[in-house]
Design a protein around this ligand. Structure first.
Ligand code: ADP
Length: 606
């Protein structure tokens, strides 16, 4: 009776376990799949054992064909279950075996073992009160169980460090309780202990499998989606903000630049115009800084490597710093290592941004003395390590502040530099860019006496080239473009006015359109232009859509420049891939405008 009830309880538990296991959503892991096969096998086994136990209970003849077949099926159940458990251990101990191999080996072993167990001879031996199965089939069964347990133990020992300890509990239970069960059964063979043991181990395993709460995972997925959407909304907001701030800035920068050149403007007004230009330049730097840091933090800032001439970059940086120093009594010393290769391969736009930040800070935080801009190189194979240092005789940085220097929005020593414009973003961006370029940056400073920032960045050397095309012009070179026709397309009247004002110096013929459709109509009417400056963010039809329509017009080949306030980093690349010839951001930088006009309108410059 005891055996029947023990085995029946085991069957009930297995049934409950199956219901619980399959009613919950689970991770799609191979170990979970193997486990699910294991519990189904265990359930069938318990049913077979119930039949055996009933036979014993009623003392029916066990040496009948029916009972022998049932007994053989029980043996089959043991070997299949132990094989499954072995493979489960192989999976959780992360042995280097593919899923396919595991399935193949499981099926092959099980088939061979099943055939042998069904064919090998065996019978029940009765001795006194006890009765036990004996014969080759039984010996074979014990051998398989022994080999499987041994393999499990080996796999466990060799990978004990790799796996969570709780995963080994079922195996330890199997070994320990298996020993105890065998001991009990040798005295009381009528008690069926193997099936309860299998049920117990299967049950224990349930608590060690990867069993996360799928509901929680779903919630996490929803939260992740929401965060992604919020992040996209932030990027969109930034792009809109950039556009919105740049449009009025375009008017301020553009008109003040134009006014500064007017001859009949009174001297005192000229000073004020200069202040307006400086203030709007600072505001533009702030907008750019915020956009850059957001982009870097979102991991969207990519390093774009090209061949470039370092000489040109250094010349431009020197010119920009000279103009930044302005009237201050500061000497700019430049010391450039003459052995630096002519042409390098790297992201010169970002390199320029890094060094310009350091030079601008030196100019900002130095009242008098000198700024030394030094570039050294160390060459190894085809790599040139640029060692760029910017040293100044400025206000210096307190020792305790050095750690905070690269934190964003951190401005130091405010009582001293309260009058100096800044956001505390420059060095945070600089550091992140240096890291993106696998370089390093160090600071030395003596408070009150000056600072020295040193950056080391590796760039690849391009052999056999004297120079490349990143010719950088630091001077505006006006030229006469009387016979050239340009079409400006912008939905904003002020933007059009600013552009017209800046283009007037070139004496070209300027035509205007206030929408994409108007631009298309003008081309279709047969007007021909040498250049089109096309705004992108326009109502009804964007610049990109307008360009697509223009390209469908037969014979349309006019160079078209994306002329936009959408100026987050990476926008230039986007517009070029949309089919634009070039890109000009708003507010219009006169130098950039000059370069573009020279490139597309000056004869012989194309
Ligand atoms: P910002 O210049 O816009 O305030 P930065 O991130 O470029 O922001 O610099 C952070 C702070 O580090 C500055 O506010 C300033 O206090 C200090 N700093 C940076 N460069 C120098 C320098 N060359 N000399 C003295 N202080 C500096």
């Amino acid at each position: 009776m005891t055996s029947v009830s023990i085995v029946s309880y085991s069957a009930l538990y297995m049934l409950l376990l199956i219901i619980i296991f399959f009613s919950k959503k689970r991770l799609n892991l191979f170990e979970n799949k193997i486990y699910s096969v294991g519990i189904i096998v265990a359930l069938f086994g318990t049913f077979l054992e119930i039949i055996s136990a009933i036979y014993f209970l009623f003392g029916w003849d066990v040496n009948t064909t029916f009972y022998i077949v049932i007994s053989r099926l029980v043996f089959v159940y043991y070997v299949i279950w132990i094989n499954i458990f072995l493979n489960y251990i192989i999976i959780i101990t992360r042995q280097k075996v593919s899923q396919r191999k595991i399935i193949f080996q499981l099926l092959l072993c099980s088939c061979v073992e099943v055939v042998l167990l069904m064919l090998l001879p065996f019978e029940y031996i009765v001795s006194g009160d006890t009765m036990y199965p004996s014969g080759l089939a039984v010996t074979f069964l014990y051998a398989i169980i022994f080999v499987c347990l041994l393999l499990m133990l080996i796999f466990t020992i060799i990978s004990v460090k790799k796996v969570e300890k709780k995963k080994f509990i079922p195996l330890i239970a199997l070994l320990f309780l298996g020993g105890v069960a065998m001991l009990i059964q040798s005295y009381f063979p009528e008690i069926f202990l193997t099936t309860p043991l299998i049920a117990f181990v299967t049950f224990l395993t349930y608590f060690t499998i990867e069993n996360p709460d799928m509901k929680l995972i779903e919630q996490l997925n929803i939260a992740r989606d929401q965060a992604e959407r919020a992040n996209n909304a932030k990027s969109e907001f930034l792009s809109n903000m950039s556009h919105e701030i740049r449009t009025p800035l375009n008017a301020i920068v553009g008109f003040s630049q134009a006014l500064a050149e007017e001859e009949n403007v009174p001297e005192e007004a000229k000073d004020e115009i200069k202040d307006i230009m400086m203030a709007s330049q600072n505001l533009l730097e702030i907008v750019n800084g915020i956009l850059d840091i957001s982009k870097i933090e979102a991991g969207k800032l990519e390093i774009v490597n090209t061949e470039y001439s370092l000489k040109n970059v250094l010349e431009e940086l020197t010119a920009l710093t000279t103009s930044r120093i302005g009237e201050k009594p500061i000497t700019l010393r430049t010391v450039f290592d003459p052995s630096i290769p002519q042409v390098l391969y790297g992201d010169y736009v970002r390199l320029k941004q890094i060094v310009l930040n350091l030079l601008t800070n030196a100019a900002k935080y130095t009242k008098e003395g000198y700024i030394e801009f030094k570039v050294d190189s160390v060459i190894k194979d085809d790599i040139c390590r640029l060692i760029i240092s910017v040293e100044d005789t400025g206000i210096g940085i307190k020792k305790e502040s050095i750690d905070k220097l690269f934190n964003k929005f951190e401005r130091l020593d405010l009582e001293k530099n309260i009058t100096i414009e800044g956001t505390g973003l420059g060095l945070a961006i600089t550091k992140k860019l240096v890291e993106l370029m696998n370089g390093s940056i160090v600071v030395q400073s003596e408070y009150g006496n000056g600072s020295k920032f040193t950056v080391a960045i590796d760039q690849r050397i391009v052999e056999g080239k004297e120079t490349v095309a990143n010719e950088i012009n630091t001077e505006i070179e006006l030229f006469d473009a009387k016979d050239k026709r340009i079409l400006l397309v912008d939905d904003n009247k002020i933007n059009l006015k600013v552009a017209v004002r800046l283009l007037q110096s070139y004496q070209m013929q300027i035509d205007q359109a206030m929408s994409g459709q108007e631009c298309i109509d003008k081309i279709k009417e047969g007007n021909s232009y040498d250049l089109i400056l096309l705004d992108d963010m326009m109502p009804k039809m964007s610049g990109v859509e307008t360009l697509k329509e223009l390209q469908k017009i037969e014979g349309f080949e006019t160079p078209t420049i994306a002329f936009t306030a959408n100026a987050i980093s990476g926008m230039k690349e986007k517009y070029l891939s949309d089919g634009f010839h070039d890109y000009l951001s708003k507010p219009i930088d006169k130098l950039e405008l000059n370069q573009l006009l020279k490139k597309y309108l000056k004869e012989g410059e194309k």
